[in-house]
Design a protein around this ligand. Structure first.
Ligand code: DC
Length: 234
């Protein structure tokens, strides 16, 4: 079957990465969490006191950032490495969530990340999640999904995720953070979060993870068959 690119975009904490990970594993595809790339960049900027109003400092910082994903069989997940160091847990902390939208709105940062992401998708057979995957990174992806969910459901899910990592954060603080990020992500000039015209909307408010996965898998199979047929016809 012909390999395709599956682009999953949407608001924070709608279940994008949970869904994308399982879909990728079921299809034997690679999974790239682009939010992790922006988070790792934010961590680097934070650790090195990068002045985000200074284009030269940003450029220099980007040249020194190397982000990789390495599969951890014990945890059964891909983990994010920043310059050789495992930063998977650090980048999920609230202080990074509070700064990441600002860093990811920087034009230079986006240009750099989008180019890296496009390189990763050269061979197809990829599920990538983020905010601008179907619009800027892979505008011709065979399948585009746009995920959304009710704010309280999103906040509750994020709280549970943090609790599993032994981080206790109040629901109000989470709602405030998500609301702020939604606003910054949708209103920035570069690669704003918006639904691609040809994206399928997936509202996960009342859905289980299995249902979300099935929704994407069913569409994927259809798109793979379509792509296969278009090769035969052409
Ligand atoms: O998916 P996430 O919550 O881990 O993403 C963290 C932040 O990174 C999010 O607030 C916006 C930004 N981001 C982005 O601007 N573009 C992407 N493709 C992915 C994430």
């Amino acid at each position: 079957m012909k390999k395709i690119i599956i682009a999953i975009d949407g608001y924070s904490a709608c279940g994008k990465s949970t869904t994308a990970k399982i879909v990728a594993s079921k299809l034997g595809y690679a999974y790239i969490d682009t939010g992790a790339m922006y988070r790792a960049t934010t961590l680097y900027f934070h650790q090195h006191y990068v002045n985000i109003t200074d284009p030269k400092a940003i450029h220099k910082a980007l040249e020194n950032i190397n982000i990789t994903f390495i599969y951890n069989p014990k945890a059964n997940r891909n983990e994010t490495y920043l310059n050789g160091l495992n930063v998977e847990d650090e980048i999920r902390k609230m202080y990074i969530s509070e700064q990441v939208s600002e860093v990811s709105a920087i034009k230079e940062v986006r240009k750099y990340m989008v180019a890296l992401q496009q390189k990763m998708g050269k061979k197809k057979g990829l599920v990538m999640d983020g905010r601008d995957i179907g619009t800027a990174v892979f505008p011709s992806a065979e399948l585009k999904i746009f995920m959304q969910a009710d704010m309280h459901v999103r906040a509750f899910r994020r709280q549970q995720e943090l609790l599993e990592k032994k981080q206790v954060v109040g629901i109000e603080e989470i709602i405030e953070n998500i609301t702020k990020r939604d606003l910054l992500d949708t209103t920035r000039e570069e690669g704003p979060l918006r639904k691609a015209e040809d994206a399928y909307v997936l509202d996960t408010t009342h859905m289980t993870v299995d249902e979300q996965v099935d929704f994407v898998i069913n569409l994927s199979v259809g798109k793979m068959i379509e792509s296969q047929n278009s090769i035969i016809i052409n």
